[in-house]
Write a protein that binds this ligand. Sequence first.
Ligand code: CMC
Length: 433
Amino acid sequence: MTTQATSTKANPATAKLTLNGKDYDLPVIVGTEGETAVDVRKFRDASGAITYDPGYGNTGACSSAITFIDGDKGILQYRGYPIEELARGASFLEVAYLLIYGKLPNKQEWADFSGQITLHTLIHEDMKKFFEGYPSGAHPMAILAAMVASLSTYYPEDAASFNLNITRLLAKLPTIAAFSYKKSIGQPFVYPRNELSYAGNFLNMMFAVPSATYTVKPEVEKALNLLLILHADHEQNCSTSTVRMVGSSKANLFATIASGISALSGPLHGGANQEVIEMLESIRAAGGDHQKFVAQSKDHGSNVKLMGFGHRVYKNFDPRAKILKEAADDVLKALGVKDPTLDIAKGLEEVALRDDYFVSRKLYPNVDFYSGIIYRALGIPTDMFTVMFAIGRLPGWVAHLKEMRDDTTTRINRPRQIYTGPTKRAFVPLSSR
Ligand code: CMC
């Protein structure tokens, strides 16, 4: 089988694919940043063959105008805006608006949007009872997924309520997350305070107690705002693709986002931020020998990975990790926190980036490598790290779901497979087996 791209007059570019001696002309699609794809949609009808790409490493599952990544150059842009500029100048809610509605809000749009969010931060009082049912050691990501799925029982969806439910979900997710934390440590729930920012309100719900005054430190609020922005979208990652997959069946918003939360919980995806801190802690407990750990992580038989390293798309550096490495230094300094795991992380990075195993495989620190250290400095407990990622990623999931729903050509997602099981055989009754 051979393929070659050619240019024709009628169609600026087509790709020719030869299978079993027969040529197939396939349309070529080019995105606004020059990314090129061969459109294979009609190939199966024409040839009977499917394209094969387990893990979807080279499959464009959709067109999207939300986020652009150039993994070789370390570029990440939301709706055309470089992540570095948004990280410097925007609030997380502005970024949420940008991702979901496609433009930065003007002053009026901002007032309407942020006002609506504060209107919906409370969860139904009956939902508080749900928290009583979970065992005290339950992982907060499991609680988050279940609570979000349960929202559909309170806010059923029709065509008119989709946008309102988006607002409700953005407003309620931090409340649910903070309540699950309060439940896990046996403290009373702290209700939302609408005069605070999105990040500030979350911190207050997490850390305020009835017996003392809690004031959100501006450095903490700023750092959380930054973390949420950096996590807000990352095009067709595992959880977002899950959201698109589930959403393509027209499941309701809450069920769809709950599936995204579940996908995010895995250690190879959002769960990596918790695993990174646990890895750094275990290296510290074992005497701080990061060289030994790096050696282990190169041995495929050991089943050990350098968590927070490697990325399917970034093959040079992850721009989010670059921002967070600097931020980790700044935040720890501003808060007067000394965290030995930051030195271990930097040592690990240095060793790995000089090691041919990591260099040849283009493995660099990803967003999760330094985020946990910052979360910890902010007082967020380790098992809440992935929940923080989910709060950050929510606007991205919602933006992709909305984009998909707004596109009238969307079909239910349904990949094909190559069957490798037994060929047809006769059933043998139990009595004869
Ligand atoms: N430590 C040691 N070896 C690694 C690592 C690592 N962290 N990551 C990849 N490799 C090796 C892998 O064993 C393979 O080696 P070989 O070619 O000899 O078989 C090679 O590098 C290519 O890796 P891959 O598993 O084919 O890459 P992938 O694109 O399928 O997986 C990844 C990407 C992020 C799942 C993987 O790099 C990984 O497991 N990293 C650790 C977990 C992690 O930090 N995840 C967070 C990702 S960023 C945030 C997010 O999106 O959620």
